[in-house]
Design a protein around this ligand. Structure first.
Ligand SMILES: O=c1[nH]c(NC[C@H](O)[C@H](O)[C@H](O)CO)c([N+](=O)[O-])c(=O)[nH]1
Length: 151
């Protein structure tokens, strides 16, 4: 049986990150975790693009993926139910949009948008208990390497 897996070595990989400014107390922490992960795995080329909110992520992720400049695109955002009545709308649209971009372009786009009830839950995921940004960056490394192996 031959199993194919993507490793976590980042040298030679080009990573794109699109991060929402909305709830930036949370998203900047997610970004810090992701950049720490990339750096510690040897990624030398990372470009960070900021958008107003998570709803804008899919369009910019598509533009980045289509540019052919990145081995993977990491989408970071935080949708907090407490603040918005249209929590589900934003969260669902972003998830659907990110998945579509990935399939349409063939570039891994990692869904790193935390959807939480309130800011405290958000902080728990953005560094207090764990940093989901680091974890999502690991998925980006694995997928970037895996796609190269499947070529
Ligand atoms: O990233 C977020 N954007 C949010 N809204 C802004 C949205 O992403 C767009 O930027 C805005 O609708 C303009 O298109 C949020 N809320 O509404 O609460 C949120 O919790 N998180």
């Amino acid at each position: 049986v031959r199993t194919i897996e993507g490793g976590f070595i980042g040298t030679g990989l080009k990573m794109g990150v699109v991060v929402a400014r909305f709830n930036d107390l949370l998203t900047e922490e997610l970004l810090k975790g992701a950049l720490d992960c990339f750096e510690r795995h040897g990624v030398e080329e990372v470009e960070v693009v900021r958008v107003p909110g998570s709803f804008e992520i899919p369009l910019v992720a598509k533009k980045m993926a289509e540019s052919g400049k990145y081995d993977a695109v990491l989408a970071l955002g935080a949708v907090v139910r407490g603040e918005t009545k249209h929590f589900d709308l934003v969260a669902n649209e972003v998830a659907k949009g990110v998945a579509k971009v990935s399939l349409d372009t063939g570039v891994p786009v990692i869904f790193g948008v935390i959807t939480v009830e309130d800011e405290l839950q958000g902080f728990n995921r953005a560094g207090v208990k764990s940093n989901k940004g680091f974890e999502y960056a690991m998925a980006a490394l694995e997928m970037a390497n895996l796609m190269k192996k499947l070529e």
